[in-house]
Write a protein that binds this ligand. Structure first.
Ligand SMILES: [Zn+2]
Length: 132
């Protein structure tokens, strides 16, 4: 008997996060399957012509980077879901202040309030992977 329009921020975030979690899991699975094929191809190359092995290595590296990025996001999403269960969702993990509602609606996996996130990003300026 839940009224769609009176969904709490937590409920909205939870359904978003759960969808994201499922999408990430299938992405990772797909990447791993792809990588397995490439590992297999690499072995075949090594047996026939060793000069192609470096290309296969490169492909594996690229896939690993993708998987690593997906896994990182998966961890963020999972910890946000855990915060919802613990009732600490929307509380900044850095300063214990409230995370802005608008921010939680666009980035439900956000674990820091806007000012803590900005400070953190300033520290990692070379890191081009910025969270919205
Ligand atoms: Zn904060």
């Amino acid at each position: 008997m839940t009224d769609r329009h009176s969904q709490t921020v937590e409920e909205k975030a939870k359904s978003k996060l759960e969808k994201r979690l499922a999408a990430l899991r299938s992405d990772i699975q797909r990447e791993l399957i792809k990588r397995d094929h490439e590992l297999y191809g690499d072995l075949v190359d090594k047996m026939s012509d060793s000069s192609d092995a470096s290309v296969a290595d490169l492909l594996i590296d690229v896939n690993l980077a993708e998987i690593a990025r997906d896994l990182e996001e998966l961890r963020d999403v999972e910890s946000a879901l855990r915060r919802i269960e613990l009732g600490t969702f929307g509380v900044c993990t850095q300063c214990s202040g409230d995370i802005q509602k608008a921010r939680l609606e666009t980035v439900p996996e956000a674990s820091r309030c806007f000012s803590c996130q900005t400070a953190e990003e300033g520290k990692n300026q070379r890191d081009s992977h910025l969270k919205m």
